[in-house]
Design a protein around this ligand. Sequence first.
Ligand code: BTN
Length: 277
Amino acid sequence: MNTLSSLAIKTRLGTQIIGKKIHVFGELDSTNSEAYRMAQDGGQEGEVVVADRQLRGRGRLGRRWLSPPGVNLYVSVILRPPIPVRNATLITLMAAVATAKATKGISGLQPRIKWPNDLLINNKKVAGLLNEMNGKAGQVEFIVLGIGINVNMTMGMIPEEMKSTATSLRKELGYDISRVELLRALLQEVDREYQAFLTGEPGRMLRQWEEFSHMVGKPVEMRSFNEVIRGRVKGIDSNGSLLLSVPDGSEKKVIAGDISQPGELPNKNQDLDAKGQ
Ligand code: BTN
């Protein structure tokens, strides 16, 4: 089924926290912007905003997110975890794991997580996450999880300069898949992972993140706050920072940046730069 409707998405959803309210729009500036506005006006934990199309879909680092109608998923979820701001990165990693599991479960394809939260299939970007937080006195007030998945977008819809770095599930599979089924699986995975996160140690989720990332032990180049750091990935720490061992033998913790592996293009992929779209 291709039409997104709240009723269709809620059928057999069976979640505890995520998706009690699902707001579906034909068109929005950005589902993240709408969910952020709702959260500021008292929107509840687990409320979901979905749009068939975004006019100003936003990516990380001020980039645009290509958001044509009728083909992809553009989803934002409001969370209100009772955690300090310094642990919010863990929610981002949790959302990437949930997106990877849902994508794998529905498509049978094996996605790879690229730090911090891109999803690649055959080395091309198929999904991205933009999580935005509001905090007060060091505590999280709310987080908007923003998830974009290229589902049935054809290569013809992708601008020429992005063709070598972006893909869609349809492109990789050779046939269309149901956006409603994928969205339902995504909300179910976010629900499961979020409950596990709230009730226990993040260790299991971090190990799953490492498994999906295939990055441990690999050499990488990291651009972070105007600095280029070269090193080998050691893993991820309990706060969600990436740990690198650098050539002088010491360890570096990285909390934000763009990562690439030798021979790989820097992260242009699905995001258009600010002039784009
Ligand atoms: C990135 O990889 O740069 C993040 C892309 C995030 C895109 C999604 S689509 C739904 C939500 N609304 C937005 O405006 N952005 C996120």
